[in-house]
Design a binder for this molecule. Structure first.
Ligand code: DLL
Length: 439
């Protein structure tokens, strides 16, 4: 499969590291000179920007957290005056103030470049019709993909999220060959098609799906590929760094290549902040090397993964990150036991008779004990007519599987088709009612 920019995407690692080192020393000086927050951080650590000479000095630089950005809300962490900022985006943050992203003309050119690399990596060309169901608006998904498709010359359909029934019509009538959405919304589209009596696999021309913006397991990929009859690619990104375009899979699906000439990645131990070597799991941290409006040093994403630096069979030399394993702040602690939502998803998808629609509910009983409930939809066939015996067997089997996998007791509630709320963007899979009791 071709690359959009082989000069950089398959650069010798030695040359790449040299380039990264030069860019790092420039961006350290730039952030220090332009952003008061970084001036304070450098001073607190007792370092001067001219001490940052290359990649080896990365670990001396200060971290940036989401809270740091909130403290500078909305524009205090911008390195340029607002006249030079030509676009704003914001994260969907459900609590408190959102994180803002600002872009200069050059930042939008950079975004177009990394998104063109991204869609090319998934096999998209100017011959494709791209149905873009990521939300357009403050969320970076819609407009980020729009820029990428436009840059490679694909025919982009800026449908955004929602009006699912109409999307099915447009997917068919416009002959989309590529679709983009959150993985959970791709299943909503599949479900709506089925309800309309349309066999997605045979009626639609869609060949490729590019899915991200929320965690999804390998099992979920298999489920989506089987239901839609497409090849599904994982894409990762975040508002703080640029939006989508940070990393994406290639045709080998063995990790997501990071656009490392622009976004320098490291893995740290989330408890100590120490850098970890390639191959070890930890928190993903990014430094932007070329951004103008909102350069960021060592941003702590809270996303957990592993980096691999061996060259990929596709020819790209950029490091690969494994599929995100979870977020350090998403991990549930139930009765003192760590529970990863991704493990729940994996387990549920391995049980025949369940649908890929679930919600995890954590609550506290009167005895102050944590209670873990998993609501999951059972296949329609159990309800026409309702077969309570079979449902009870399925429930018990699911509970046994979960208890084995998690090591603690989870109560399973099987629900009927469509009973769990569908989302057009990021799915809300976890409801932690214990939050209600916090002061
Ligand atoms: O979700 C940007 C994006 C748009 C990525 C479209 C991919 C496609 P935010 O709204 O700022 O930005 O959310 C960023 O979402 O820190 C991860 O926790 C999560 N996330 C994003 N992509 C993935 C993925 C966009 N492929 C946060 N797998 C990140 C798992 C993901 N989690």
């Amino acid at each position: 499969m071709p690359m959009w920019n082989p000069e950089f995407e398959s650069m010798e690692r030695g040359d790449l590291e040299k380039l990264q080192g030069e860019r790092l020393s420039k961006i350290a000086a730039y952030t220090f000179n332009k952003i008061p927050m970084y001036q304070r951080k450098f001073k607190a650590l007792g370092i001067a920007p001219d001490e940052i000479k290359g990649l080896d000095d990365l670990k001396r630089l200060p971290f940036t957290t989401k809270q740091d950005l909130r403290d500078e809300y909305p524009f205090n962490n911008f390195a340029v005056p607002l006249e030079e900022v030509i676009r704003l985006h914001a994260s969907s943050g459900t609590t408190g103030k959102p994180v803002v992203g600002g872009y200069t003309q050059n930042d939008l050119k950079l975004w177009a470049e990394v998104m063109a690399r991204t869609v090319t990596s998934c096999g998209v060309t100017d011959k494709d019709v791209a149905h873009n169901a990521y939300g357009y608006g403050l969320f970076t998904g819609g407009l980020g993909f729009h820029l990428g498709f436009q840059t490679v010359g694909a025919t982009v359909v800026p449908v955004s999220g929602g009006m699912t029934r109409r999307q099915i019509m447009l997917l068919e009538d416009f002959g989309a060959t590529v679709m983009t959405a959150t993985p959970s919304y791709s299943l909503v589209l599949a479900e709506e098609a089925a309800e309309l009596g349309i066999d997605f696999k045979s009626r639609m021309k869609v060949r490729v799906g590019i899915f991200g913006a929320e965690p999804w397991t390998e099992e979920m990929r298999q489920e989506i590929q089987a239901r839609l009859g497409i090849e599904a690619y994982d894409i990762y990104g975040l508002t703080e760094i640029i939006g989508p375009g940070v990393s994406v899979e290639c045709e080998h699906h063995n990790g997501l290549h990071i656009n490392e000439d622009h976004f320098l990645a490291e893995i740290i131990d989330p408890n100590t902040g120490e850098q970890l070597p390639y191959g070890e799991e930890g928190e993903l941290v990014f430094t932007t090397l070329t951004k103008e409006a909102m350069p960021i040093l060592r941003y702590r994403t809270r996303d957990l993964t592993v980096l691999h630096a061996e060259k990929c069979a596709c020819g790209r030399t950029m490091v690969r990150m494994e599929k995100i394993r979870g977020r350090s702040d998403d991990m549930l602690i139930v009765r003192g036991v760590n529970v990863f939502p991704s493990l729940i998803e994996k387990t549920l998808l391995s049980v025949e008779g369940l649908e890929p629609q679930y919600q995890i509910i954590v609550d506290r009983t009167q005895e102050q004990l944590d209670k873990l409930e998993i609501w999951v939809e059972a296949n329609q066939r159990f309800f026409e007519p309702i077969d309570t015996g079979a449902l009870e067997n399925l429930r018990a089997a699911t509970e046994a599987h979960l208890n084995d996998a998690l090591g603690i007791r989870a109560e399973v509630k099987l629900t009927g088709p469509h009973s769990i709320e569908r989302s057009i963007g990021k799915a809300k899979r976890i409801v932690d009612k214990r939050d209600l009791y916090k002061g």
